[in-house]
Write a protein that binds this ligand. Structure first.
Ligand code: 57M
Length: 359
């Protein structure tokens, strides 16, 4: 809105030219979302506490988690609110990619919200049935993927990191891939969200990395220089990612160890869904597996653990899955696991950025 209201004034006052620049708007989208979190966060946490929206803790988990009982959850509402307001303020709303990204963020947030709410009403750790939840996630992702596929100017080629000349065109297969990436990313972030700040840290790093990729992909000159696919309008997603970085930093302020609030499924599903959508629109689909490597690792730890557990009728690869529980049970202090996962995430982001130069 700020863009639409203030940029036209540049004809009278050249100062207003600054609102044209994606870089400027990305920075201020980030700052705005961060400030929204700072201002509303304490109020929301008090509200959640008063409404007794407190976490139920599974008794079969690491014992250290039992002390977390009653920590307010559903803090993801704060992230979504900050992202939506900040994006509406700073992005160019004539670009439909912005609306698609917001649709997934809010849609997945809503699924998570209903799930969290059901858990709280039932006072247990089971929400809506896995099948119903997955179906809703697939429906939203499929809808967005089809819109993208049919959109003139958006091609169904995929980018393979480190191989710039290999750009296979998947045709309708792109719809399936893109649905899988959005749903997969949402669930991977959800699985990772099991220690204070563990999911939000890598999420910040991922969105910060995608600020770069969205900006580059949306600039015809830079895209051609770096030999990446040019996606007209995708630069506006840098503003969206900037808002996510700000909101996630603001949430981390309260979620850092020892957490005053958890994000809940409302937060983890919407963050993951947003991440998957950004990866698709910027045409950096497989790069997400590198930059979001922590989420991938956590997911595979669950797949292998559950598979092995079933095959061997009760044997385990890890002490407990997802992977962070394994390290906790090995005796690592919670903050150590968290910060080490952040360090790895930064390393992965650097490797992802290096794909711009390597081919
Ligand atoms: C949710 N979330 C937390 C919080 C957060 C298939 C199976 C492996 C699935 C997996 C699972 O359900 N994962 C998804 C992970 C929960 O956090 C809530 O959930 C939201 C995110 N969805 O925002 O509202 C707990 O995580 C802790 N937490 C923090 N700080 C945070 O900032 O400490 C969360 C956020 C919170 C809190 O304790 O209560 C969760 O439940 O872990 N299941 C599991 O993760 C279970 N693993 C398991 O059963 N593994 C088995 C194999 C064979 C399947 C094994 O390895 O033996 C473990 N989960 C728990 N305890 N809590 C088992 C033990």
């Amino acid at each position: 809105m700020i863009y639409h209201l203030l940029y036209p004034l540049h004809t009278a006052f050249s100062f207003f030219n600054v609102f044209r620049y994606i870089t400027f708007r990305t920075i201020y989208a980030s700052i705005t979302a961060l400030i929204i979190c700072f201002v509303i966060g304490p109020w929301l946490i008090r509200k959640l506490q008063n409404m007794q929206i407190g976490q139920q803790i599974r008794e079969d988990g690491p014992k250290s988690h039992l002390t977390k009982k009653g920590t307010p959850t559903m803090g993801g509402i704060l992230i979504i609110f900050a992202v939506v307001i900040s994006t509406l303020l700073w992005a160019n709303l004539a670009v439909d990619y912005v609306w698609l990204a917001l649709l997934v963020t809010v849609g997945y947030g809503l699924i998570g919200f209903i799930d969290d709410y059901r858990k709280l009403i039932g006072k247990n750790s089971k929400g809506i049935s896995g099948r119903v939840r997955l179906s809703c996630e697939i429906l939203i992702a499929l809808f967005v993927s089809i819109i993208l596929y049919l959109k003139p100017g958006f091609n169904s080629q995929v980018t393979i990191p480190f191989f710039k000349t290999v750009v296979p065109n998947l045709g309708w297969g792109y719809v399936i891939l893109s649905t899988f990436i959005i749903v997969g990313a949402a669930n991977a972030v959800n699985l990772t969200d099991g220690l204070d700040g563990l999911a939000i840290g890598p999420a910040i790093i991922c969105f910060a990395t995608y600020v770069l990729f969205a900006y580059f992909a949306g600039n015809v000159k830079v895209a051609s220089y770096l030999q990446i696919t040019y996606v007209a309008g995708s630069g506006e997603l840098a503003v969206f990612c900037g808002a996510l970085v700000g909101a996630a930093l603001g949430f981390l302020w309260f979620n850092s160890y020892p957490a005053e609030v958890f994000m809940g499924d409302v937060g983890s599903l919407s963050l993951g869904g947003a991440l998957g959508t950004v990866a698709i629109i910027t045409k950096q689909e497989f790069l997400l597996a590198i930059v979001g490597g922590i989420f991938v690792l956590e997911t595979f730890s669950v797949i292998f653990q559950v598979g092995y557990f079933k095959l061997t009728k009760g044997k385990r690869i890890f002490r407990m899955a997802p992977l962070h529980h394994h390290f906790e049970l090995k005796g690592w202090a919670e903050p150590k696991v968290i910060v080490r996962f952040w360090v790895i995430s930064i390393l992965l982001a650097l490797m992802a950025i290096s794909t711009l130069k390597l081919r």
